[in-house]
Design a protein around this ligand. Structure first.
Ligand SMILES: NC(=O)c1ccc[n+]([C@@H]2O[C@H](COP(=O)([O-])OP(=O)(O)OC[C@H]3O[C@@H](n4cnc5c(N)ncnc54)[C@H](O)[C@@H]3O)[C@@H](O)[C@H]2O)c1
Length: 441
């Protein structure tokens, strides 16, 4: 099948590469000439495990082609995915400028009957708006389809290849049958393709992300209470996660959720509710709670340092918003580092994949260490922000002998509090005792 994917970011690139891997002829188009130039040489602009091999293999076999000519990419396509960014507008709503610009190009360049798929996360009613824009210029029949994407950065290829389910909002038999054929290789193990109307598909994506953000914020608040009452959130998490009504996923407390999706999608859904004269009070609270949580690591560090941040030098392990990605959009590391710099500290950061992204966002405001141990040189304390595997089992004696003070603030609960105390660290984490005060006493 001849497929076009417009937008080759985290989503579009994975979608294009995975569809090519199953035999479709895929053209990936993007207006970013630097990105396309790199991709044509098999250089992947993002860190995503497994993606490079897919791109290289399928490009060498000519099933995957990259271009900046979006119009040419659309000509001849039977299925066109719109996978461009939908960043938050000033009022929190999704900015649909890119989506609608692509719709206009599609209308002008359709050369045959096609299915037009909104893959970007877009508010209810967007497919309808895309339809109207395409229809202004289109000379051929086309069918709208909403196919929200549920991949997780860091496991995106696996998630796309083996989805829990595929959600398809479609309103014609043609769209349903084309999309069923396209997705057949991905659901051979019996995972469902869930067909629905387009507004329900659009809403499903927001509801999923809002639910996951809510679980995280709920656990962050429970963690805060655990600290006050002397409970251990890791045990509480296991205790509730084994209840089949609750399940174990997305119950890990941390430094606040970040990334390109949860923050913006929660805001956009709140905005959609306002536009329709209603209030999502749970999500309003989630949003506020997450803003507070993003201050927690700074507050814990400040407490550990006896209120004296000014003049200290702090090591930060992890810049990416989570492990296995280089994405720093809305990352808790940014909130922490900005607060540290504003309070008069200096920062040395390490990240296995996001150093280039850190430099792009934070410039020379901080030092970028080549290894996690280098970051500790001359530091008064270590703060762990991202749960990279290589931070899970470090050389604790080396950490202790390199730090000027044995203070570790662990935003991901990577270590046993008991062990850290016995090793002589002043250790604080999220939702667990002992706290620094206990250790000091
Ligand atoms: N990143 C994720 O984990 C994830 C998961 C599910 C859904 N989504 C959604 O998918 C969409 C894309 O997200 P992303 O993270 O891949 O974004 P991204 O910012 O990484 O990539 C978007 C790409 O679109 C390109 N683009 C913008 N305007 C264009 C135009 N007019 N023509 C061609 N290309 C254009 C940009 O140059 C960029 O390369 C968003 O709506 C997002 O909410 C993202």
């Amino acid at each position: 099948m001849r497929v076009t994917v417009v937008g080759t970011g985290y989503v579009g690139l994975v979608v294009g590469a995975c569809l090519a891997e199953t035999g479709s002829d895929v053209v990936c188009a993007d207006v970013d000439a630097v990105k396309i130039g790199a991709l044509q040489e098999n250089r992947i602009p993002i860190y995503e495990p497994g993606l490079e091999e897919l791109v290289e293999r399928n490009q060498s076999q000519r099933r995957l082609v990259f271009t900046t000519d979006v119009g040419a990419a659309i000509r001849g396509a039977e299925v066109i995915f719109i996978a461009v960014g939908t960043p938050p507008d000033e009022d929190g709503s999704a900015d649909l400028r890119h989506v609608l610009a692509v719709a206009e190009t599609i209308g002008q360049h359709l050369t045959k009957e096609a299915v037009i798929v909104t893959k970007s996360t877009v508010p209810v009613g967007t497919a309808e708006r895309v339809r109207a824009v395409v229809a202004r210029a289109a000379q051929y029949p086309f069918h709208m389809c909403s196919n929200p994407e549920f991949l997780k950065e860091g496991a995106a290829v696996d998630d796309f290849m083996k989805p829990d389910r595929v959600v398809l909002g479609a309103e014609s038999d043609h769209a349903r049958s084309v999309m069923t054929e396209l997705y057949a290789p991905f659901v051979r193990t019996g995972k469902p393709i869930i067909f629905m109307d387009i507004p329900s598909a659009e809403m499903t994506k927001y509801a999923a992300n809002a639910m996951l953000a809510t679980r995280i914020s709920f656990m962050n608040e429970i963690a805060g209470l655990c600290e006050r009452v002397g409970a251990d959130v890791d045990l509480v998490r296991k205790g509730i996660g084994s209840d089949t009504r609750i399940g174990p996923s997305f119950l890990f407390p941390g430094p606040g959720y970040g990334g390109s999706c949860f923050p913006k999608d929660v805001k956009a859904l709140i905005r959609t509710a306002h536009e329709h004269g209603t209030v999502l009070s749970v999500l309003d609270a989630v949003e506020r709670s997450n803003q507070r949580q993003k201050r927690r690591l700074f507050e814990k560090l400040e407490a550990a340092l006896g209120g004296n941040i000014r003049g200290t030098h702090i090591a930060v392990w992890g810049l990416a918003f989570k492990a296995n990605t280089d994405d720093m959009r809305e990352a808790p590391s940014i909130s922490l580092i900005e607060a540290l710099l504003a309070a008069g500290a200096t920062v040395a950061a390490h990240d296995p994949a996001a150093t280039h992204e850190g430099k792009r966002r934070l410039g020379d405001a901080i030092h970028y260490a080549n290894s996690n141990y280098d970051a500790l040189e001359g530091a008064d304390a270590l703060v762990i922000v991202t749960d990279w595997n290589e931070y899970r089992h470090p050389d604790f004696s080396r950490i202790k002998s390199t730090l000027r003070q044995p203070i570790v603030i662990d935003g991901r609960n990577l270590y046993s509090a008991e062990r850290m105390r016995s090793l002589g660290f002043m250790y604080d984490s999220i939702g667990r005792v002992p706290t620094l005060e206990t250790i000091r006493a």
